[in-house]
Ligand binder design. Sequence first.
Ligand SMILES: [Zn+2]
Length: 329
Amino acid sequence: MTLDFQALPKAEVHIHLEGCLDLDEVVALAQEAGVPLPRPRAELLHFSGLSDFLDFLDWTCSLYRTPDQVAAAAYAFSRRMSASGALYADVIVNPTHWPHWRRDLGGFIGALDAGFCAAELDGLPPVGLCVSLLRQQSAEEAIELVDLLAALRHPRVVALSVDGNEKFAGRTGPRFAEAFRRAGAAGLKRTVHAGESSGPEGVRDALDYLGADRIDHGVRAIEDDDLVARLADRQIPLGVCPTSNLTLGLYARLEEHPIERLRKAGVPVSVNTDDPELLEIDLPKEYARCAAAFDWSAETCRNVAATSIRACFAGDEAKTRMLAKVATW
Ligand SMILES: [Zn+2]
């Protein structure tokens, strides 16, 4: 049986704009600005570790200086989603990576919105913006960002997120509790990176301190049976990125990845790409890899895709329309 995963109606809920910037475009922007590449073009994606990877993100984002350049990056993101057969995406954007926009969050969100609006007018999939804190930020910086988002009340912004390496930052659930409480009070959804660079305790903190509506990764919850039961009971969705986890060495082989055990335990799991340009992957292939590794039937694939749609932060009407399409695949 060959299944067409491009045609499978789905949502992408764990993907970073910073990990989607087209490398040819980045190189062109660097040349235009007269900025030297950090290493030869062919070796740009040869990372020596996580900090090299994060430095590279900062470098690429620093090349986006004008509103038109940022809008073009947003438009290209929507085109990528369309190519992967996603009907909708929640994209994570972390302002700390974008040096030219750090003091102009409103201008940054406006430029991204212009790109997403133009894309929608051209028939490309709608996108919700999840504005992200970095794990290393302070409680005060986090509250400042949330208060700014609450004052802006931009309709493109659907959620507050937190990403970055928990191994470096240590335990941060209590530190960000007040920022996430304010985000909830301002009507924003809450999505939290946890259970990847942290163990199950990171996932527990995401629920207990941050009121997470969704967890990005969350896969290491598998190490704690009570937590798995809690995620299943409360139907907290996990935005799982299998290849990203393999690349960072969390699991040696896809067959050992806990996505299937979590799914069978009743936890809502979806398949996502995290940083597709940097990992050189796409969403249909991620579904195909999982289907092959875990022997998923067409029915199981439809269920996982439906979970991705239920987990996304689109409106209820849009979700109902998208779910109806999944049934016809
Ligand atoms: Zn991520």
